[in-house]
Design a protein around this ligand. Structure first.
Ligand SMILES: [Fe+2]
Length: 290
């Protein structure tokens, strides 16, 4: 069975590219890559582009890109999606070039996100390694991918069916603090506790939040200090998630959705993993900034 290897990139539609460039480099610690009048690529590692900012008044997620190992695996995955009644389109060379990948297919998920499947990501030349004067350790990427994101929509069963039964993401577990609220966490075979979580909740945006992991907990603290010093709204101060075992904080991006900066997320061993339901999002912390 063909499987997604990791979450390779996100495409975000943002109304204020200028504010985003400052936020991305000075607060989060990303590096600016290629850019033109309407696009800015953000780097976290040796990929040319991990996050593509596209000038767009939606201030929401546009697309998520999932890496397949090679062209044969990509073709097999697409056939599998089609066999599961998903309408999949081959992306043209213009789309592949914009996403900085060799080959690409895409489909629409039930929450308005264009889910993209690709192989052959373009790497930056070795003479241009990732560089940030904000990050003391490094972003945890490589085979773990870029981090995770949380698209939300009105129908949880429809979302679960699409992400798990059709896209083939594996169930990591649930957090359900009340009968009306359930968040579903999913992973790919690299084992990072989650690459995508979803929920049915009232939200003006499809993207509830996105998240990146740093190797050292100190880098979570440094980022939190930078956010507070810059007057960025910290929507959840430092805290600990009982399911992913990560320590993180959340802050508002210039687009209004949150970014979570985390460290220490567990890696799942699928052979011995059992999905569990937690009743709280945080053991401690994650309180709104007062
Ligand atoms: Fe998160």
């Amino acid at each position: 069975m063909a499987t997604l290897r990791n979450l390779g990139y996100l495409v975000l539609g943002v109304s204020d590219l200028h504010a985003w460039k400052h936020f991305a480099t000075e607060i989060v610690g990303f590096q600016i890559g290629r850019e033109d009048e309407n696009h800015v690529a953000l780097r976290m590692d040796n990929f040319e582009q991990r996050i593509l900012l596209q000038k767009d008044d939606r201030d929401d997620i546009i697309a998520a890109g999932w890496l397949l190992t090679d062209p044969a695996e990509l073709e097999a995955y697409v056939e599998q999606l089609r066999a599961r009644d998903v309408e999949v389109t081959k992306g043209d060379s213009q789309l592949a070039n914009q996403r900085r990948v060799e080959s690409i297919y895409y489909c629409q998920d039930p929450n308005g996100v264009q889910q993209e499947f690709f192989c052959g990501p373009k790497m930056a030349p070795s003479t241009d390694p990732f560089s940030s004067n904000k990050i003391h350790s490094k972003f945890v990427t490589g085979d773990f991918g870029l981090g995770h994101f949380v698209p939300v929509g009105p129908d949880l069963e429809l979302s679960k069916d699409f992400y798990i039964n059709r896209m083939g993401l594996k169930l990591s577990g649930y957090i359900s603090p009340s009968p009306e609220v359930t968040v579903v966490f999913t992973h790919v075979p690299n084992g990072r506790f989650h690459s995508l979580a979803t929920a049915a909740m009232p939200s003006p945006k499809t993207l509830f939040h996105m998240a990146v992991e740093v190797e050292s907990l100190d880098d979570v603290g440094y980022a939190l200090d930078r956010a507070k010093a810059a007057g960025i709204e910290v929507t959840a101060d430092m805290g600990h998630h009982p399911n992913a075992k990560s320590i993180s904080f959340y802050m508002k991006t210039p687009s209004g959705f949150d970014i979570e900066i985390l460290s220490g997320e567990i890696v799942i061993d699928d052979e011995n993993w059992q999905a569990e339901t937690y009743q709280q999002f945080s053991d401690w912390g994650h309180k709104p900034q007062t």
